[in-house]
Design a protein around this ligand. Structure first.
Ligand SMILES: NC(=O)c1ccc[n+]([C@@H]2O[C@H](COP(=O)([O-])OP(=O)(O)OC[C@H]3O[C@@H](n4cnc5c(N)ncnc54)[C@H](OP(=O)(O)O)[C@@H]3O)[C@@H](O)[C@H]2O)c1
Length: 239
């Protein structure tokens, strides 16, 4: 078996995903740069060093997800790291003014897409000596933080679409972590922090590269854990 780590990052043509791909490639991993648009993916890959290969993957499209899994199976026969990074944030309004379309659209990518990709890639992750799943969540998804008056977001957020979608990601993380512990596959959620990306009009204080660091750390946890955790820079977050 080829012992190079095979890592797939969804939504890796820009932002935190692209920087995660860059950092994983710098570790010597073979990186599958997931992109729903091949040209955007190729443009990103050209900016990265190392073994980076573009993989067409729209997480909301079942046939695209199945085709991506088939490509990984054909070319590598296994997957070692899955980073569920693709995400969007529709509906920046108070809950009562948020449209159902924005909730559905956000969940389609952040929640249903994540589950679809995870399930499609799981047979390949089970063939890894140490499979790792990293779900890119957000501190906005922490119910504990949402109700903490000391939180910087208290009173302005949560967003009914985005924040609750990340709460769902957290719940999904715990569920898969429990199921997959016996298979030796770790499943963790991460909060990259408030990064300047297209998602937030580049209003974040951190760079996408800084945000990617915790993603990469979670992609390298030991085979025997931790799993079912919610990592942030320098520690863990409450659910
Ligand atoms: N930025 C922050 O402050 C922050 C904080 C906490 C968590 N996060 C999370 O970090 C992750 C990355 O966000 P980002 O800030 O880097 O945002 P971004 O720059 O907007 O990147 C989002 C990525 O997701 C992709 N994507 C969207 N819909 C997709 C689909 N249907 N299938 C596949 N890929 C799709 C985008 O592709 P296209 O270019 O084709 O649209 C893009 O590559 C998200 O899960 C986000 O919720 C971000």
């Amino acid at each position: 078996m080829n012992d190079t780590t095979i890592a797939l990052v969804t939504g890796a043509n820009k932002g935190i995903g692209k920087e995660t791909a860059r950092q994983l490639a710098a570790l010597g991993h073979t990186v599958l740069l997931g992109s729903r648009d091949l040209e955007r993916g190729r443009a990103a890959a050209r900016e990265l060093d190392g073994d980076v290969r573009v993989l067409a993957l729209d997480v909301t499209d079942d046939s695209s997800v199945a085709a991506a899994a088939a490509v990984v199976a054909d070319q590598f026969g296994r997957l070692d790291v899955l980073v569920n990074n693709a995400g969007i944030a529709l509906g920046w309004a108070v809950p009562s003014a948020t449209s159902l379309d924005d909730v559905r659209g956000t969940y389609a990518v952040n929640v249903f897409g994540l589950v679809a990709v995870t399930n499609a890639m799981l047979p390949l992750l089970r063939r890894s000596a140490a499979g790792r799943i990293v779900n890119v969540s957000s501190d906005l998804g922490s119910l504990t933080r949402q109700q903490d008056p000391a939180s910087p977001y208290y009173g302005q957020l949560p967003l009914v679409a985005y924040s609750s979608s990340k709460t769902a990601v957290n719940g999904i993380t715990v569920a898969y972590a429990q199921e997959l512990a016996a298979a030796g596959i770790t499943v963790n959620a991460v909060n990259p922090g408030y990064c300047a990306t297209d998602l937030n009009g580049h209003s974040g204080q951190l760079s996408a590269a800084e945000g990617a660091r915790v993603v990469v750390r979670a992609a390298q946890v030991a085979a025997d854990g931790p799993t079912g955790a919610f990592f942030t820079d320098g520690g863990t977050l409450p659910w």
